[in-house]
Every structure is written in C-alpha cells, then in structure tokens.
Write a protein that binds this ligand. Structure first.
Ligand code: OOG
Ligand code: MG
Length: 265
C-alpha cells in the first residue's frame, strides 16, 4: 500500500463516511501523524465537501468537558468544521441509513453576531461577539471502529461530526447565566445524565474563545452568522433505531432526537 499523505487520509475518511464503513485508527499505520498534519487532513476533507456542493456553516468544538474527555481518553479539546449537509431539521430522525454507530450528546450552541479572530480572545470578548444562544444536540459518528482513536485521528476525522439539531428557543446570551444552564438527558423517558454549562470549560463562551484562538493560530477566524457547537456537556448516548432521546435545557427548552423506526424485515 502506498504511503499515507494528507490527501490520501482525507479521501479515505470521506470514503468511510460515504460507504458507512468503519476502520482502524490511521495512527496505527501512520504513527507520525501529528496534530498539525491532522488539521491539514481535516481542512482537506472540508475542501472535498465544498467541492461536492456543501456549504460551510460554522464550527464545532469537541472534548471540551471532562465527561467527554474521560470517555474518549483524550484530554485536549479540538475544533472541526460544520457544513449545511450536517443540519438535521427538528423532528427528523437520526439518518440511520447513512451512519455507522450514531451517538447523541447535548450541546450549547452559539450563533455569531460579529467576527472573532484569535489570538488573545477571552471569554468576555467571545461572549460579546455572540448574537444568540440555543440548546442543541449533536449526532456523532466516528469513522473509527468502536470510537477508538487517538487525538490526531479524531482531528483528521472532523471530530466524528455527522449531524446536529438546534432547539426552537434562541436567547441573547447576556440574558442568562450559561455556566448555570442545566441539561437533563433522557433516553426513552428515563433521565440518564445531567450537567450544566460550567461542564464546558467553565463556561461555553470559554470554549468559543478557545476555538477562536486555535483557529487564529492557523490564520483563520470565526465569521458572523456561523453556528458554533461548544461541545458535549455530558457523555454521549447511543441512538439506535427506536430510541427517543430528549435534552431538556433549563431556559433554552427541549431538543428531541428520534432514533427513527426499526428497519422492517
Ligand atoms: C469526538 C467528538 C467530540 C464533543 O462534543 O465532545 C465531540 C467523539 O467523541 O467521537 O463532538
Ligand atoms: Mg459534540
């Protein structure tokens, strides 16, 4: 097999996504894949998505809460791209027919009002650039078998992104204390987990600042109108066909995600 390159890794990860097949971590075969090269792979996957007609709509953060970091065994947050192909209209089920092993996690979502460019972005300047905040749920679907990966793998894989849904309540972030905004995660009517916004880097706007500084180091900025998913507040829950998942936020309201119907035999 030929040697791994940025381009080859990007094509391989999009192939896994399109063909709905998982694989072993790329670092098993390419142990020298480092974080900077992994972001180059991620950027190459974005270019391929744009070439096939998707539009960039924002960014997501991953591994910003201790619950997520402990589950995945990685203590470093990361940033990835969101395109319009990942938008899940409210009420639509998890698109099982195109996903490998979807999981759902509750997230606080920002819509940007002003441009935010690192370095030097603080929590306060980040919050001041936000236009509105919503509750949300992300559907993640790692292209790596059993969600087993190292940091460079998951960066290259666009942070396991698959789909996201936002709630119907949009608030001015200055009207509520996001560190105290709680979420209850229910699966089939049973509460399985809970957290507050403080789980996300102390405050979701700190995660936003982190993203602005991370992108700034790569010469990029967060643009007005962009959506920013600030990272799972709790561990993710499985979302098989037949599951009903609800994320109830204190003031941002509920976000419902259905696993969809069982496949007929
Ligand atoms: C990596 C993606 C993490 C989050 O919100 O922490 C993420 C994974 O858990 O597969 O989206
Ligand atoms: Mg997430």
């Amino acid at each position: 097999m030929s040697a791994w390159t940025v381009e080859r890794a990007a094509i391989e990860l999009l192939r896994c996504e399109d063909e709905r097949t998982d694989r072993e971590p790329i670092t098993d075969e390419w142990p020298k894949l480092d974080v900077a090269t992994a972001y180059a792979v991620q950027d190459a996957t974005l270019r391929l998505r744009l070439e096939r007609g998707e539009n960039l709509v924002g960014i997501k953060l991953g591994l910003t809460s201790r619950a997520k970091q402990e589950r995945m065994g990685i203590s470093s947050p990361l940033v990835a791209w969101l395109t319009d192909a990942m938008e899940l209209p409210p009420g639509d089920p998890v698109p099982q027919d195109r996903l490998i092993h979807p999981r759902v996690e509750p997230e606080i979502v920002f819509v940007m009002g002003r441009r935010l460019a690192g370095p030097g972005v603080t929590t306060a300047t980040a919050l001041a650039a936000v236009e509105s905040v919503m509750g949300g749920a992300e559907v993640i679907d790692s292209r790596f078998r059993d969600f087993r990966f190292r940091l460079p793998d998951v960066i290259a894989d666009n942070a396991s992104s698959a789909a996201y849904v936002t709630g119907s309540v949009a608030m001015d972030p200055r009207e509520l204390d996001l560190s105290l905004e709680a979420v209850l995660v229910e699966v089939d009517g049973q509460v399985v987990d809970s957290a507050t916004g403080a789980a996300v880097q102390g405050h979701p706007a700190s995660a936003l600042a982190l993203a602005a500084n991370e992108l700034g180091a790569r010469g990029l900025a967060i643009e007005p109108g962009w959506i920013v998913l600030t990272g799972g507040m709790t561990d993710a829950v499985f979302a098989p066909p037949g599951a009903s998942i609800a994320c109830h936020f204190t003031r941002l309201g509920p976000v419902f995600v259905s696993g969809g119907a069982h496949a007929s035999r």
